[in-house]
Design a protein around this ligand. Structure first.
Ligand code: SF4
Length: 318
């Protein structure tokens, strides 16, 4: 039986005009995301991963490429038509404190999307739904009239998750959802998210700089470097046998006790990060790559299948 693709990005680009030139934040990103799966999107700060998420959700207009959701091209869809898709596509933010309106109570925050989309006719139905959502994310009903500043980071993130679930979405982009939380609370929130995914058949894009987080939650992992895809494969393979020198450097830099990749051949990353503004031809990692050759500075590597279901953009594997 063929897989059911929920989301497809084809050569997606998001550039920004700046006084110094054109910033290539997302540059030619393509992938297919199967329903019920999680794609981890990994890279350092500034690699374009959050811009990619916001572009997919049409909070930013793409510069080029296509976004296909449930077989429908939503790239240039007008706001009115997109509304029905917007319900199915939600976002969980990194910093729940910054993303939750401090003047709104827990009830008001979770209720808001239900009100905007006029989901229920009666107040009672809305109240029941808010309480049900609080229970779903493990938030005690007694917090219903509290405000975000009265709660700890874990509970605040649970509010963000409840709000994201309010409209019964099919797809959620989780943008560094546990980065602002203590490690002990990170595990609780991640377990909750995985549980919700299984129970509700959700599909996630999980954006993070933290590889130790992404391994356990992702089916596939896409590594970005300065807006470009540099490696993509399933999570186990990426950790056991990374190909791209940048992925190897990322893995060797993160203390992960249980990964099979030991970091013995750790690639040391030196040098300046290339500017994403009007980037020259060549591999964007070349200035930092210990394996770089003349060709790397002269020709941009293609993103191709070096091994079955293992894609990489690096001249070493051509
Ligand atoms: Fe390094 Fe060259 Fe591969 Fe780029 S293409 S990652 S510079 S070896």
């Amino acid at each position: 039986m063929s897989e059911e693709i929920l989301l497809e990005c084809k050569n997606l680009k998001k550039y920004f005009n700046t006084p110094r030139g054109t910033l290539h934040a997302v540059d030619d990103v393509s992938f297919k995301l199967e329903k019920g799966k999680t794609l981890g999107v990994v890279g350092e700060s500034g690699c374009g991963k959050s811009t990619l998420g916001r572009t997919i959700l049409k909070a930013l207009d793409p510069t080029g490429g296509k976004i296909i959701f449930e077989g429908k091209d939503i790239t240039d869809m007008k706001k009115r038509e997109f509304t029905k898709y917007r319900k199915d596509m939600q976002l969980i933010f990194q910093d729940p404190f910054a993303s939750l309106d401090p003047k709104m109570s827990v009830y008001q925050i979770i209720e808001e999307p239900l009100k905007i989309f006029k989901v229920f006719k009666t107040k009672k139905e809305t109240e029941d739904r808010v309480i049900e959502l609080m229970k779903t994310v493990g938030l005690d009903e007694r917090y219903v009239n509290t405000y975000p500043h009265e709660l700890d980071g874990g509970r605040r993130q649970r509010i963000g998750i409840a709000r994201a679930l309010a409209l019964n979405p099919k797809f959620i982009i989780c943008d560094e959802p546990v980065s602002a939380l203590d490690v002990s609370i990170q595990a609780q929130v991640l377990n909750l998210m995985m549980d919700l995914k299984d129970k509700r058949g959700l599909t996630y894009i999980f954006i993070t700089h933290d590889l130790s987080v992404v391994k356990h939650i992702s089916d596939d992992i896409l590594v970005l470097y300065l807006g470009k895809m540099v490696e993509k494969t399933d999570s186990d393979t990426l950790f056991a046998k990374p190909l791209h020198p940048y992925t190897k450097a990322l893995l060797s830099a993160v203390p992960i006790p249980d990964i099979s990749y030991k970091g013995k051949e750790a690639e040391v990353v030196k040098g300046e990060v290339t500017s994403p503004i009007d980037p020259p031809e060549g591999c964007r990692f070349a200035a930092r790559c210990p394996r770089a050759t003349e060709k790397c500075f002269a020709k941009t590597p293609d993103f191709y299948e070096a091994e079955p279901n293992h894609f990489v953009a690096c001249h070493l594997y051509e």
